[in-house]
Design a binder for this molecule. Structure first.
Ligand code: FAD
Length: 495
């Protein structure tokens, strides 16, 4: 009759599967979030003490705590807030469950390998104490082995997966899990006025992190922030298919970080998109397709966990990428946005300054790292893992393996993006480039994509000195392309 709701990547009170079931099944439910030192300590060890994700989570917990208190108060319960701890989750959860004398812990599934190992450990400790552990699907519309081929196998190719996904969809899968009518089960924190349990959400400094520039970014946090972003996006969803590829335009939803941390429900956004898709709105159909990609990569990770370390297609592990000091120097130019290719450099400035990068640019810089610089996709994947605010193992790994051609349904290996053509096509007036690269501000449109091809006079007039105010290109694309074709030829002989 007493339950503990453990929040992880589902930082919202509304339409939350585990919370709904906890409140329905138990008469008293406490809510907890643990800043897990198993996740945070390695970040600190890598020098990431100013990490926008940690700040995003912290701000979103403040919102969640307020919402839980308001829900409890509406049902006559005082002090029903969120318990927040900074500890090793695998130890803290069983300890809190025992201290509160609960019979069951409720949580939503997380299929990342580390999370699965943590949950198995928690389940074991709880079982030892006679406490149940209930897990629920919440993060995706279809998970694990819910959508399979006719032969009963997980899909490795997107288009047939999307068709099967749409066919399997019934209203049931998008129904919200109501919380309001069950909120009377939110239990007051024990002791006088909650006592030691009733503490505010810790400040960043309490958990050894430093503030970031998050509050200056146009990114509202918490479930309330997510709703604002979503309302704003629905206004322009009908144009999504036309605007989504142009980084200078406000085309996409910018919801990825909210979907990552569950400050918005995938069922809520998918059901709005699905209704509009049924009405024939092209933009909504395209956007729904992106949400299906998200499910697709999650089921790839759940069913083919080897992708974390190795290529989805084993023959791609035979490719020899650049290594040693020269490789490191090339990598540094990429990471710091000094490759001399303006679109690549502007994109890297975007991730470094904001933690976000437009989808088209993720494809461009990933392709550039692998196929122009000849570096292993793991290098780029790890950089994104440390710097993207919306970093998600399944989507990031899928995206990198797509660009490296080693993944499921990936770009064929002999298709190599030309970074200049991409720039001319998707940032035709160089608006995005100029936003992030002030050094190129005064260059005319035709010269901004490849300054090394500009006329002397144009450079002079714009105050651009290659090698001084802006780098000369670090590789020649045509030559790099030839090297990549040779490098990848090994795949042909093994496929
Ligand atoms: P929108 O265009 O509004 O799309 C809506 C939602 O659909 C996104 O929020 C996201 O949840 C989902 N989505 C869109 N595209 C994809 C995709 N290709 N794969 C999976 N889900 C998708 N996305 C992440 O969420 N986390 C990552 O770590 C990540 N790493 C990537 C790395 C590479 C190399 C590439 C090519 C793509 C990566 N993506 C990742 C996918 C995509 O770039 C982002 O989801 C998108 O840019 C986020 O912006 P948005 O919310 O405005 O997207």
């Amino acid at each position: 009759d007493r339950g503990l709701m453990w929040f992880r990547r589902d930082l919202r009170a509304e339409d939350n599967a585990a919370l709904h079931h906890a409140l329905r099944q138990c008469r008293q439910v406490w809510c907890v979030f643990v800043f897990d030192t198993d996740i945070l300590d390695p970040l600190l060890a890598r020098g990431l003490e100013a990490d926008r994700r940690v700040e995003f989570i912290r701000e979103s917990l403040v919102d969640l705590d307020q919402r839980l208190r308001a829900l409890g108060a509406a049902h006559g319960q005082a002090a029903t807030g969120l318990i927040v701890r900074h500890a090793r989750a695998r130890d803290a959860i069983p300890a809190i469950a025992q201290a509160l004398h609960v019979q069951a812990v409720f949580a939503n599934h997380d299929d990342e390998p580390d999370a699965k190992a943590r949950d198995a450990h928690v389940l074991g400790s709880l079982a030892h104490a006679g406490i149940m552990f209930h897990g629920f699907k919440d993060h995706v519309v279809f998970e694990r082995r819910e959508v399979l081929t006719q032969a009963g196998q997980p899909f490795g190719v997107f288009t047939p997966y999307r068709n099967a996904w749409l066919k399997a969809l019934t209203p049931f899968y998008l129904q919200p899990y109501p919380i309001d009518r069950h909120a009377a089960s939110l239990a007051p924190l024990p002791g006088p006025e909650g006592g030691e349990w009733n503490t505010p959400v810790p400040r960043l400094s309490d958990i050894d992190f430093a503030p970031t520039n998050l509050s200056q970014l146009p990114l509202p946090t918490g479930a309330r922030g997510a709703q604002r972003l979503f309302e704003d996006f629905v206004e322009r969803i009908d144009r999504y298919h036309e605007t989504r590829d142009f980084p200078a335009v406000k085309g996409p939803s910018y919801l990825s970080v909210h979907l990552r941390f569950g400050t918005i429900s995938i069922r809520q956004v998918a059901s709005v998109a699905y209704q509009m898709h049924l009405q024939g709105l092209q933009g909504a159909s395209t956007w729904l397709g992106e949400l299906i990609w998200r499910d697709f990569y999650h089921q790839i990770l759940a069913n083919f966990p080897h992708v974390v370390e190795r290529a989805f297609r084993p023959e791609y592990d035979a490719i020899r990428f650049e290594h040693g000091k020269h490789a490191q120097t090339l990598f540094d130019t990429w990471r710091e946005g000094r490759t001399g290719y303006p679109l690549v450099d502007a994109a890297m400035a975007q991730i470094n300054q904001t933690g976000y990068m437009h989808n088209r640019l993720r494809m461009v810089v990933a392709s550039f790292l692998v196929k122009d610089l000849g570096l292993h996709w793991h290098w780029g994947e790890r950089y994104f893992a440390d710097h993207l605010i919306d970093y998600d193992l399944a989507a990031n790994n899928g995206g990198w393996q797509w660009a490296a051609s080693s993944g499921c349904d990936a770009q064929p290996w002999f298709r190599i993006f030309n970074p200049v053509t991409q720039s001319e096509k998707f940032d035709p007036q160089g608006k995005f480039i100029r936003r992030y690269l002030p050094a190129l501000q005064a260059l005319p449109d035709n010269a901004v994509h490849a300054p090394w091809q500009a006329r002397e006079l144009e450079l002079l007039a714009a105050g651009v000195q290659l090698g001084a105010t802006y780098p000369a290109p670090v590789v020649d694309h045509a030559q790099a392309r030839e090297r990549t074709l040779q490098r990848y030829a090994v795949v042909k002989s093994r496929a």
